[in-house]
Design a protein around this ligand. Structure first.
Ligand SMILES: *Cc1c(COP(=O)(O)O)cnc(C)c1O
Length: 228
């Protein structure tokens, strides 16, 4: 197997983000990096932590909780970005700092109810299904305002913004079109929810397009940790 140099890969992603910020005339540091470590072993996460990365994302509830417990000596900010079944919410509420993939009230309600009192409110993004997406997850844009209103009232959650996973394409114009849709939805919500500040969009293959369209957090796995 090819040797993965996580530190070198991280530095090149930080450079790509910084170049994209400049190209988009956005302040340096306005886009943060979530290192997506799903299916990858603890030693690679430790290598990334040693290189200075602090926020990590996981897709599978059990794997996420186990890693959070095993790596609790590191001060990692854990983000959950995968589909959520309602019987998995408790462990996530106990171990995650953020959940990006909420698309229905029932899940949000459970996360709020189950968030331990000694932890700060759980940061939350709502996952939106954009027009050309084949995935099952994500709420339709037309249903978003009602869900935002309901979720913003839950006491143990801090609604931060929106997340999407557009259909993969290598055409930068197509990438930008999808990301633009999500940005417009966020701008609309910010008119009446001024505390919403997060656009979680962009991955290994399309982070530049996402940054041009206002992403504040890119989620990168493959280009840091290698193919899965
Ligand atoms: C796996 C995954 C990523 C990372 O994708 P890469 O193409 O490996 O960078 C980002 N976001 C979500 C929701 C994912 O499931």
């Amino acid at each position: 197997m090819e040797e993965i140099n996580v530190a070198t890969n991280l530095h090149s992603i930080w450079q790509r983000i910084s170049a994209a910020e400049q190209l988009a005339n956005r302040p340096s540091g306005s886009v943060s990096l979530l290192a997506v470590s799903k299916t990858k072993p603890d030693n690679l996460i430790r290598a990334a932590w040693n290189a200075g990365q602090r926020a990590f994302g996981e897709n599978y509830a059990q794997e996420a909780e186990e890693k959070a417990r095993r790596l609790s000596d590191l001060n990692i900010e854990w983000h959950f970005i995968g589909p959520i079944q309602s019987n998995k919410t408790r462990g996530l509420a106990q171990t995650m700092a953020w959940v990006h993939s909420v698309d229905r009230l029932k899940i949000a309600q459970r996360l709020s109810d189950q968030r331990p009192e000694d932890l700060p409110p759980l940061n939350l993004c709502l996952q939106v299904k954009l027009s050309n997406e084949p995935t099952k997850s994500g709420i339709a844009p037309s249903e978003l305002p009602l869900l935002v209103e309901q979720v913003s009232k839950l006491p143990r959650l801090h609604l931060r913004g929106l997340m999407a996973i557009p259909a993969a394409t290598t055409d930068p114009q197509e990438q930008r079109k999808s990301f633009k849709q999500l940005q417009l939805l966020l701008l609309e919500l910010q008119k009446y929810q001024p505390k919403i500040d997060t656009l979680s969009m962009g991955m290994s293959g399309d982070l530049e397009a996402a940054v041009v369209e206002g992403s504040t957090l890119v989620r990168v796995g493959t280009d840091i940790f290698g193919a899965r």
